[in-house]
Design a protein around this ligand. Structure first.
Ligand code: B3K
Ligand code: ZN
Length: 905
């Protein structure tokens, strides 16, 4: 049992730091069984005066030479409390005088000193064990290389420091290691010196001219090959672009490099932001807790978010690489140049940067498809988080472990909040606001309020009420009703908003909800909109600000059908009493592509929900022919972007149907959805075949352009349906595709269809062939694992347990954990929720095992169990029982403790 409960940190307790660190000089001596970290810090009492004016020699960032004598501080000077964790303290010196343990205090979390002067040089040496660091936070080894991950609070596992984002310092870093094993030595900024030591060791010194918080520090040492390119900024500066990967991955970096250059151009054009250093580096590592990290000038990436080659990566992986490269690059301004004051402001950089990368991807690819993908993801996952025990506002008010707050709410909902500001202001005024934000706060650590204030000040608007999106958790429900009055030629939209209670927030005040909409006539054409005598064009954004509000359109002479919440203009649940016929009409005629998809989607939801009830009542399932008609129409519509067609043809996910249900009957949902899929496939086999064949052949040469990707997407969606007919024609087409595919997108789609088919022989042959061929490609093996772990066929848990015995599986590698355990618990709902509770027990066992190895990964794995309120009483008890068992495990990390305890509270 745990002895000490983790403390809760509150936003209201924020105080400025007592001390600042103007310069940070680090020397790392890297060895196989330990590393020595020598730090030399120029520390200064933060007496609230303007930055850099206190006891300085005139320059803002002085060196020790030429400094004026230190000013003594009186008895009232605060102690200097440095963060530190899992460190062995070797020595401490102040102004070159070694001090002994009677002059400082060390505990598990800190080193406390009692400075006698207002500024001084502090030298600390610590010893750490990167080779034993399985948490992958701080300095650790991934395969043969050393690398770091410091955000949020990993730097304190490297040395004692003021490890908080509002302490910004200029870093100089020297790395020393064996030259043979670690020929490449990297850190942030520019290389300023390097040399040799005796005994085959060498060193390199890097200097980062931009003050930064410790969470942006990075170091890499390894045997890596370099892919090099350059980029010339709009102002004509030439930037050296470098991607470092393990030699066998050399051929897989082209797409990341292209994406980087496109991101650099886009940020100049859309936000007026140029890159600032002379060199930008990306390093790929195999063991990484998340996707990537935006360390200044030295981004470190999970190899899954850098490497992409058509033979080994799917189109989806290509798009992920593009968006993650862009995301990390964009952080250089939204995150690094302007950073967060404290971790409660995390969405300041993450929500904004996700919005930026989403717009970038929309500009590079299909805007409609990108929005459909993002909305689908948000509604199935973030809405569930917002409705569960871990629900928190975009700017949380408290946390125990900040690592637990890298959530869908901070990232995805945070991006929706920025998108709404963009929608309310329009692109030009939004840009004026961001220009002011970057100019006003360059080099500062600021808050979400500062961001909104810049948008307000640049445009003379007041977002006071809007800011409730930052402080109130939960997904608002927006109920809308339309009323046509022929006698007055008016059409009223009556809006009512409400928001369910969330932990710690019983009552909610009305939000500002931007409602993008149009009115359609009986031919699906947009009507001119007039309100209060003003002409609003044919599409407008209504700002719903009250709990109840009526909008009256004038000059409406026939009853229109509203097209509401276009482009998902606010992260709300829209309720409108559309009939199924209305939805069919919108799915076929709405001029807005996103809303056409949305209408088809909501029709499918309505049909599936109806059938779940029918199934529960024990009655036979009869498919509403209108859904079939919509699908038939989509199949024959060659004008429609095939990628949008593929999205429309994809039924709402089980996860989304569970999120929408009051009490989710996971077996019924699975059964009904599969039955409908099979019925659609049977009824539409002919047009599906026709379209499938018209989309070209899988053996033709691969191309990365959007049109080819769209064709592959639709072809493979259709292949999935055709395989459900269990016809021999479908089977042979699928096997042929598996064998002949010119690229991984098509090969993987064929493998998925085979794995989910009932043909045991073909399935095993394909799996075996695939594993043999790609045994040396860990990222391809991740796909192989994930496809099998996600298969809803009976016996899922047993399959997953077998997969964990496969030589390519390794519980210490987060990508493997995600592709086996994560895929099972998140994508294989019918097996995970088996009513005997075995899936829950399995997951809890893995959480307990990983708690000791990697608390961040362990804590993330718990998510499916936190959703227990959605299920029937039997499953609820089983899930809670496992959460309780986790809570009672020995040596519980704060990460796991926080999620498990809050889930049961
Ligand atoms: N900022 C990092 C996330 C770090 C998470 C640390 N637990 C990646 C990103 O959002 O770009
Ligand atoms: Zn980010």
């Amino acid at each position: 049992m745990r002895t000490e409960q983790p403390q809760t940190i509150y936003l209201t307790d924020y105080r400025q730091p007592d001390y600042l660190i103007d310069e940070t000089h680090l020397t790392f001596e890297l060895f196989e069984d330990h590393a020595l970290v020598h730090s030399r810090l120029l520390v200064r009492l933060n007496d609230g005066r303007a930055d850099g004016t206190l006891c300085r020699d005139g320059t803002r960032h002085s060196t020790t030479e030429g400094r004026v004598p230190s000013r003594p501080v009186g008895v009232g000077a605060p102690p200097l409390v440095l963060h530190g964790q899992e460190l062995e303290l070797v020595s401490v010196a102040i102004n070159d005088q070694a001090i002994d343990s009677s002059d400082y205090q060390v505990d598990e979390h800190s080193l406390t000193l009692h400075p006698q002067t207002a500024d001084f040089e502090l030298a600390i040496t610590t010893r750490i064990q990167p080779q034993n660091n399985t948490a992958l936070e701080g300095l650790y080894k991934s395969g043969g290389m050393f690398c770091t991950q410091c955000e949020a609070e990993g730097f304190r596992k490297i040395t004692y420091y003021l490890d908080r984002p509002d302490v910004m310092s200029r870093f100089t870093t020297t790395v020393m290691a064996d030259r043979g094993a670690y020929p490449i030595l990297l850190s942030n900024g520019n290389l300023i010196a390097s040399g040799e030591h005796e005994g085959g060791r060498h060193w390199a010194t890097w200097e980062d001219p931009f003050p930064k918080p410790s969470y942006l520090f990075a170091l890499v040492a390894g045997d890596l090959c370099l892919i090099q390119d350059s980029y010339t900024t709009l102002s004509g500066r030439k930037i050296d672009l470098r991607i470092y990967v393990e030699p066998e991955n050399r051929e897989q970096c082209g797409h990341a490099m292209d994406s980087l250059k496109r991101s650099m151009r886009w940020d100049e054009e859309v936000y007026g932001r140029e890159y600032d250093l002379d060199i930008f580096m990306i390093v790929a590592v195999n063991d990484f807790n998340m996707g990537a990290m935006e360390n200044k000038g030295l981004n470190i990436f999970n190899s899954s978010c850098v490497l992409a080659h058509p033979d080994t990566a799917t189109d989806m992986a290509f798009q992920r690489v593009e968006s993650v490269v862009a995301h990390e690059y964009f952080h250089n301004w939204s995150g690094n140049r302007v950073t967060c004051r404290d971790w409660f402001q995390l969405s300041l950089k993450e929500g904004f940067t996700v919005f930026r990368d989403a717009e970038f991807s929309a500009d590079m690819n299909s805007r409609t498809v990108k929005r459909i993908e993002d909305v689908t993801f948000l509604r199935a996952n973030q809405f569930a988080e917002d409705a569960g025990p871990m629900a928190h506002p975009v700017r949380p008010e408290s946390y125990m472990e900040i690592s637990n707050f890298y959530t869908l709410t901070i990232y995805e909902k945070g991006a929706e909040v920025v998108r709404m500001l963009h929608t309310l202001l329009g692109p030009e005024r939004f840009r004026k606001g961001t220009d002011l934000y970057f100019e006003r706060h360059d080099g500062q650590a600021v808050t979400c309020d500062d961001f909104v204030a810049a948008l307000e000040d640049a445009n003379g608007v007041d977002f006071t009420q809007f800011k409730r999106w930052y402080s109130q958790a939960g997904t608002p429900v927006l109920e809308v009703e339309g009323r046509f009055d022929a006698s007055s030629s008016t059409y009223e939209l009556r809006c009512r908003q409400s928001c369910p209670p969330t932990p710690g927030q019983a009552e909610k005040l009305p939000f500002v909800i931007p409602l993008r909409m149009a009115l359609l006539n009986e031919r699906g054409e947009e009507l001119p909109l007039r309100m209060g005598g003003s002409e609003l064009g044919t599409e407008t954004v209504l700002a719903v600000t009250e709990a109840e509000q009526v909008f009256v359109f004038e000059g409406v002479t026939q009853e229109p059908l509203p097209s509401l919440l276009r482009g998902f203009s606010a992260p709300v649940k829209l309720v409108y009493p559309f009939s199924r016929d209305d939805r069919v009409f919108l799915a076929m005629h709405d001029p807005d592509g996103f809303n056409r998809w949305e209408a088809a989607q909501s029709l499918a939801v309505d049909v599936l929900q109806g059938l779940v009830e029918i199934h529960q009542a024990g009655r036979p399932l009869l498919l509403d022919q209108r859904l079939l008609e919509v699908y038939r129409r989509v199949l024959s519509d060659t004008e429609l972007d095939p990628a949008v067609a593929a999205e429309i043809l994809r039924l709402p996910s089980e996860a989304y149907l569970i999120e929408l249900a009051e009490v989710a009957d996971v077996d019924a949902i699975h059964h009904v959805r599969e039955t409908v899929r099979r019925e659609l496939a049977t009824a539409l086999a002919e047009p599906m075949w026709e379209r499938f064949e018209s989309l070209g052949s899988t053996a033709e040469p691969w191309s990365a352009d959007a049109a080819s990707m769209a064709r592959r997407s639709l072809r493979n969606t259709l292949l999935g349906y055709l395989m459900l007919t269990e016809s021999s024609a479908a089977m042979s087409a699928c096997v042929r595709q598996f064998v002949e595919a010119s690229n991984m997108t098509d090969r993987q789609a064929a493998l998925v269809a085979l794995v989910n088919s009932s043909d045991e022989q073909q399935k095993h042959a394909a799996l075996q062939e695939f594993a043999q061929r790609w045994a040396d490609y860990p990222l391809v093996m991740d796909q192989w694992f994930s496809i099998q772990a996600s298969s809803p066929l009976p016996g899922g848990l047993q399959r997953v347990q077998e997969l964990m015995k496969h030589p390519a599986f390794n519980i210490r590698n987060p990508n493997k954990v995600r592709s086996v355990i994560g895929a099972f618990a998140n994508n294989n709902l019918v097996n995970f929720h088996a009513v005997d509770g075995a899936g829950y027990r399995f997951l809890a066992d893995r959480v307990i095992e990983l708690n000791r190895l990697n608390p961040q990964i362990a804590s993330r794995l718990i998510t499916p169990l936190t959703r227990w309120r959605k299920f029937d009483p039997v499953r609820q008890e089983l899930m809670k029982g496992e959460l309780q068992r986790i809570l009672e495990a020995d040596d519980l990390s704060p990460d796991v403790y926080e999620v498990a305890s809050k889930s049961l509270a």
